[in-house]
Ligand binder design. Structure first.
Ligand SMILES: Cc1cc2nc3c(=O)[nH]c(=O)nc-3n(C[C@H](O)[C@H](O)[C@H](O)COP(=O)(O)OP(=O)(O)OC[C@H]3O[C@@H](n4cnc5c(N)ncnc54)[C@H](O)[C@@H]3O)c2cc1C
Length: 433
């Protein structure tokens, strides 16, 4: 048995202490003020281990749902936003062809799941030696197991001038930023001119999404007869990953009169005052811009010492290499799986089931050779009605690197356009319904 698999299946930690099977929940005792105590009253005192999940996005919700179903732990979800907002399908809204309501969903049903407590707060730090999450108000939440799915942050330091221009240049690759990008797109559609968009080098969240966004905006340019063009600067020689390159390039050709696609161009600096971009192909002036920056794991993960750019995890368990009590899932971890919502949700479910298995003290199932990691399903809308479907199957044998197998529509179709919405509504229901 390889080291990776042995760690996946054992209940002892690298530091030697045993994984707790049963311990008294300390949520309410640890968090502090009376309001928190009152909020936690329904779970305080239950002799169940305490699993804390940070981030109520795609990965976090997968973990919460699986853990709630297993009923072996008290679960605290830490998520600051009142409601969930989806990034998948946001391109239609951003381009001015969809509604924000479709992307917004209530957490009420998740909060009503047995054993689940939601703290509407922001985690500020993880104190691993004390097994505590420190919240933005200074309160502390103790955990027996911690699932981190806080998503990504932009590497603003990779583009000099960006930090000063942040307000004027919303990226829109995280929930609740879509409105600002939509406002920017509306200005472009009203005023015309040059709209510069970009795609960074991978790995970043949802590789087809920058191209999708450009095509959906270009469709509106054509429909509304806007006197404007989109200059798309791709840091890569072609859309990535390789299996999507030809289908996306083919779809971009349908917008050749609007989108000027320029491969191999890297952003070097931005001067928002002059509306000028320094690039590896020289200076470029813009009227409007939507720059998608390189990404890394949320600061919480990196500051906890769980990885440099992305969290280092063991596969297939997603247990942090640095800490056996922590699992990192979704876009914040550095496995070669695509950074997609479907994958994050699947990882969350798998990790929730794995934690429950360990808490029940059950032996790990005997390794069967090849293991399948959660499936990836992604959509690149090429117009309001058509899309390209991208499916990614990941398999691995313990001790070896995972293998990714892509199935990609060769060209856009209305069938995939409709299927994308069915997929989205189905998975939103599975997460939040
Ligand atoms: C435009 C676009 C289109 C996409 N299309 C698709 C698609 O078609 N299919 C697909 O599968 N994926 C798609 N994705 C990718 C998908 O959105 C991400 O892969 C997914 O959101 C990753 O899930 P996550 O749990 O890692 O992070 P998130 O879903 O971002 O969740 C992170 C959560 O953590 C919370 N959080 C952040 N900081 C803190 C903190 N300090 N304390 C507590 N909570 C915190 C946030 O509020 C958020 O709710 C798309 C992404 C974009 C941007």
């Amino acid at each position: 048995m390889s080291d990776a698999l042995r760690l996946h299946t054992t209940t002892s930690q690298p530091n030697g202490s045993a994984w707790p099977r049963r311990r008294v929940l300390q949520t309410g005792l640890a968090v502090g003020p009376a309001a928190w105590l009152a909020g936690c009253a329904n779970v305080v005192g239950q002799a169940k281990p305490h699993v804390v999940v940070v981030g109520g996005g795609w990965g976090g919700l997968g973990a919460v749902r699986a853990l709630a179903r297993e009923q072996v732990a008290a679960i605290t979800l830490i998520e600051p936003n009142e409601r969930f907002m989806s990034c998948p399908m946001s391109g239609h809204y951003v381009a001015g062809a969809g509604s924000l309501d479709e992307l917004l969903h209530s957490y009420q049903r998740v909060e009503a799941l047995p054993g689940v407590q939601r703290l509407r707060a922001r985690a500020q730090a993880i104190e691993r030696d004390r097994r505590e999450v420190v919240l933005d108000g200074g309160q502390r939440v103790r955990y027996d197991a911690l699932v981190l799915s806080p998503g990504i942050e932009y590497m603003e330091d990779s583009l000099p001038g960006f930090a000063q221009a942040r307000e004027a240049l919303p990226v829109g690759f995280r929930a609740f930023e879509h409105q600002a990008v939509r406002a920017q797109v509306e200005r472009f559609l009203a005023q015309g001119g040059t709209f510069v968009m970009s795609a960074p080098k991978p790995p970043y969240r949802c590789p087809p999404a920058p191209y999708e966004r450009a095509m959906l905006i270009a469709e509106q340019v054509k429909k509304r007869g806007v006197r404007g063009k989109i200059v798309f600067l791709d840091a890569n020689p072609a859309p990535t990953p390789a299996p999507i390159a030809q289908p996306i390039l083919g779809a971009l050709r349908a917008y050749a009169d609007v989108i000027d696609y320029r491969p191999n161009v890297e952003l070097q600096a931005v001067d928002a005052g002059r509306r000028a971009l320094q690039t590896s192909a020289g200076e470029l002036r813009y009227d409007h811009a939507n720059l998608v920056l390189p990404m890394r794991a949320h600061a919480l993960v990196r500051q906890a010492g769980l990885g440099q750019r992305w969290a280092d995890v063991l596969l297939p368990s997603f247990q942090a290499k640095a800490d056996a009590h922590i699992f990192v899932i979704g876009d914040a971890q550095g496995s070669p799986q695509p950074k997609s919502g479907q994958v994050a949700f699947g990882q969350g479910r798998a990790v929730g089931e794995e934690i429950a298995r360990r808490l029940r003290g059950e032996a790990a199932p005997a390794p069967k050779g090849e293991v399948e990691l959660p499936l990836g399903i992604c959509w690149a809308a090429t117009s309001h009605d058509e899309a390209i479907n991208v499916n990614v199957v990941t398999t691995m044998v313990a001790g070896e690197a995972p293998k990714l197998r892509f199935t990609v529509d060769p060209k856009p179709s209305a069938r995939s356009g409709t299927a994308a919405w069915s997929w989205a509504r189905g998975i939103w229901r599975a997460m939040l319904g």
